[in-house]
Design a protein around this ligand. Sequence first.
Ligand code: C2E
Ligand code: CA
Ligand code: CA
Length: 558
Amino acid sequence: MATQNELFEQTVLIVDDEDINRKMMANILAYEYKIIYASDGKEAMEKIHKYGHRLSLVLLDLFMPNMSGFDVLRQMNKERLIAEIPVIVLTSDKTSEIESLHLGAADFLTKPYDLPEVILARVRHSIELFENAKIIHATKPDKLTGLYTPKFFLEFASQIDSRYPEKTMDAIVINFTRFHLLNQLYGQSFGDKVLVAMADGIRNVLQKNGGIAGRKDSDTFYVYTSHTDDYSIFVDALKAALSPLLKGSEIRLRLGVFSDTAHSHTVNERFDNALQACNSIRNKAGKNGEEICIYDNEMLENEKFQAHLLHDFETAIEQKQFKVNYQPKFNITGEKPVLCSAEALIRWIHPEFGFVRPDIFIPLFEEHGLITMLDRYVWEESAKQIKLWKEKFGVTIPVSVNVSRVDIAAPDMTDFVKKIVSENGLSPQDYMLEITESAYTEDSKHIIEIVENLRALGHKVEMDDFGSGYSSLNMLASMPIDALKLDKAFIRNIKPGNKDMKLVELVLEIARNLGVPVVAEGVETEEEYKMLKAAGCDIIQGYYFSKPIPPEEMEKFI
Ligand code: C2E
Ligand code: CA
Ligand code: CA
């Protein structure tokens, strides 16, 4: 975290043509201030221009060759940007006092100098007055809303931090979705009204929760407030302030929050993170109607972790860090369960993180367009594996592979499957594909076309995760599928006669009428197994029989 000194480092320029005078002054001030020097008026002007407002004070000798101290004062007065920098005049000539004060000098010190403490005190005093003036200048509130300007807001927030280092504060960024629409549709003055109402809402919350608020730009607000776990007071107060104006409109509020419970970030970093959180709502605007996105250290860590995984993807493929495991599926329609096929499931053994769960990296790779490359690797490995087992044991173990909805978009998907199947001398019915239910509901027309192509080639297609999506039971009749995989969340809760079990029985009955076998996955206990068998379930996959295992281990089942 930046310290007060870093934020407000104070630099003093000593201007004197006599080396001994400069050194003497520097001796007195160097403990508290950063000192720079100039030995005549011309050099002084150069330094003043160079440092500008980073200068806290100029100590100026009046009588020097080249350009006098008077001329320096006159020149500074002419230039608006540097006119405010305080100047203390150094002189042995009492009569120059009046003239230099007229020229805007803040104070004067007469040679021979007073005691060092007196000099230090007067320097401090001038600087303090100047700093206060700067803050008052910056505090001029945002004209429209009366909140702080961003510059002062951030400075003030840093001061709160250094004054109360043990307090946990939340950085919150609030803005609107599609605010520009408001201005376009109803005019700027209506937009302004909304912003003022927003500021009022924020002030209401701050009265309860404490803290400060600023307006960053147009519709973006900054709030620095005591940490809370429940941001609904914000949402409620802001809704109350805004809904009379916004009722019925498409405009929504977003809150990005960053709580720095570890106190490891500067104020600027926290607001950057909160803004990022806010923007991440922008990216999925409209999807779930989310209003609050909370960005905390955990999210930050997670983001870094994900970036790491994405970065490592190529190396992982090259170094074969991805392994395909197989989970056996058993047909339970006969007296004894019989191994009938296996599901190929990807595993990533990361050199640094160890085992990384597929439900972490699969969605990530889907989002970043890498999944198809990975899936095709799995598909190919699985095809080779079937061939290998066939050669080794003389039997074919059919394998099903998972298909991401992203894979289906590739125009050469069926060609690719066709290629690996023929290259390994397999017959298509031994190579099955699992497609998640939600893919069917998202783009049913396209998917049905692909599924029909695959089935025409002789492949079996299973609908995966059935029950987790929204397809209705009567939709099933029109779906081209060869098997239904009941989602494991379903199986998790079955008890004799309970709601979930009744649903499972209903699905089994419909599937029976359609002539489609049902696979129950995630079967862990004997009780579940028996209930499913009794209800007429055809195939079972789950820890009850086996976890997903490496191909060598699979061989004990063959
Ligand atoms: P899924 O397709 O629903 O796969 C079944 C998941 O259930 C697997 O998790 C499996 O290990 C787990 N499972 C099996 N039996 C049991 C059980 O008795 N109890 C419990 N609690 N879990 C059981 P896994 O391997 O972690 O994979 C998670 C998901 O990642 C898969 O869900 C699938 O959606 C995806 N996935 C895995 N491999 C691939 C792949 O190669 N390509 C694609 N696109 N997705 C994959
Ligand atoms: Ca699956
Ligand atoms: Ca599944």
